[in-house]
Design a binder for this molecule. Structure first.
Ligand SMILES: N[C@@H](CCC(=O)N[C@@H](CS)C(=O)NCC(=O)O)C(=O)O
Length: 393
């Protein structure tokens, strides 16, 4: 456990997995803020018997406070922790930077996921190693030999997040390219400053650390690419992991997303990610379970409609609406060279309550059979994806 600057703070238990994108994101945040936490590395039994009943999902990271209350989902967790542990802020105070940072966070969480899964599972050397690691580290109680359990899990990830997430001969080169573009544009920014927005780590560093740490810097194939193509990003990964608030001077000097290295991100968000969120939300409202989406001139076919991403859009729209007129103009101005953000009105994912933190106790408990089934298939895409009549606006 990292040394605490605040010995009076009671430690949080962080349930994490060593190979996990979002666990890396959460740990980077807790470590930089010097919030004391006890790491508990989960296996499938802990996921099924403790995390699923407490949070409704078999996903990590989740946090348990000293008083027994639970938190889930890195985006609302960071927002919640920022109000409980405000100093130093990771989410910029300036409303324009705050909105833009949240936009980049969402893009890093949801739109960088497919490529990070691709680079983990598609190259044979990465796939073989990860299948073995997962068999040993996560699936200890799976009713099969570890190699078979790992093989099954890897195949399940590929079926769900590659073949089941629009990967085809047409889209594959673009999925692969995303990683290289991220490296090139992050390198451009990091040539001028130690962190992506300036002198201190902020939400955008924490968010992009998700794909960059546990996948790209650590999985064998992409880590070699990072070492060779983007040593500045390799160094940044170590810098973020090692960052501690008390070691940085108190007044940060932050940029305003005007650095040329941000152009790539703003274009991707305005032209590809935001339109994807809109299509997903429209498909969800229409009761569809699949959608096609065009990006970079190719079509990602038969994508799963994800209710959680309707919630993502709803939260970002709400955030935008809290901005004053001049701040909205500033956000629009940053994005204008690439496009304008359209909005859906009304939009109600019905998931705001579900993500209210700390989680309310007393959720419906899964039966033994449901737990067994979910143990096999996991809870991909933050189920339930398909709206019920009651949910749909
Ligand atoms: N939106 C969630 C996503 C969490 C998530 O997808 N976690 C992955 C690991 S990186 C997981 O636990 N997957 C378990 C599985 O697919 O079975 C967050 O931000 O925390």
């Amino acid at each position: 456990m990292p040394q605490s600057r605040h010995p009076q703070w009671e430690p949080i238990t962080a349930y994490v997995a060593d190979m996990s994108y979002f666990s890396g994101k959460m740990e980077a945040y807790l470590r930089y803020k010097e919030i004391p936490f006890e790491r508990r590395v989960v296996d499938s039994k802990v996921m099924r018997d403790e995390i699923l009943p407490a949070t409704g999902l078999m996903k990590v990271p989740v946090l348990q406070l000293a008083n027994g209350q639970w938190l889930k989902d890195t985006t609302p967790m960071i927002e919640w922790l920022e109000s409980s542990y405000p100093d130093p802020p990771v989410i910029p105070k300036d409303p324009v930077l705050r909105f833009m940072s949240k936009l980049v966070e969402d893009y890093a969480d949801e739109w960088c996921w497919r490529a990070a899964l691709y680079w983990r599972w598609q190259p044979l050397e990465s796939r073989k190693l990860l299948m073995r690691r997962i068999g040993h580290e996560v699936l200890a109680d799976f009713p099969a030999p570890k190699w078979l359990a790992g093989w099954y899990y890897g195949r399940r990830q590929m079926a769900t997040y590659l073949a089941g997430d629009g990967m085809s001969a047409a889209t594959e080169p673009h999925i692969k390219q995303q990683y290289l573009d991220l490296l090139d544009n992050m390198s451009l920014i990091l040539a001028d400053q130690p962190y992506l927005l300036g002198t201190h780590p902020t939400l955008v560093d924490i968010a992009l650390f998700g794909p960059m740490f546990r996948h790209y810097a650590q999985d064998p194939t992409p880590s070699r690419v990072m070492e060779e193509r983007a040593p500045a990003v390799y160094a940044w990964v170590g810098r973020v992991w090692n960052a501690r608030a008390h070691r940085l001077r108190s007044e940060p000097s932050l940029g305003d997303f005007a650095h040329p290295g941000w152009e790539y991100f703003l274009r991707e968000i305005a032209q590809n990610y935001w339109p994807f969120l809109l299509s997903n939300a429209r498909a969800w409202a229409a009761g569809k379970s699949r959608l096609d989406h065009e990006a970079h001139g190719v079509t990602y076919e038969n994508l799963k409609v994800v209710r959680y991403r309707v919630y993502c859009l709803e939260m970002l729209q709400n955030e935008y609406r809290t901005l004053s007129e001049p701040h909205r103009k500033a956000v629009d101005g940053l994005l204008r060279p690439y496009g304008t953000l359209k909005f859906i009105d009304p939009l109600d994912s019905g998931l705001i309550d579900e993500h209210h933190l700390p989680l309310r106790p007393g959720r419906a408990q899964p039966s033994a059979l449901q737990r067994f089934k979910l143990g096999l298939i996991g809870t991909p895409w933050d189920m339930p994806a398909k709206p019920t009549k009651r949910d749909r606006p």
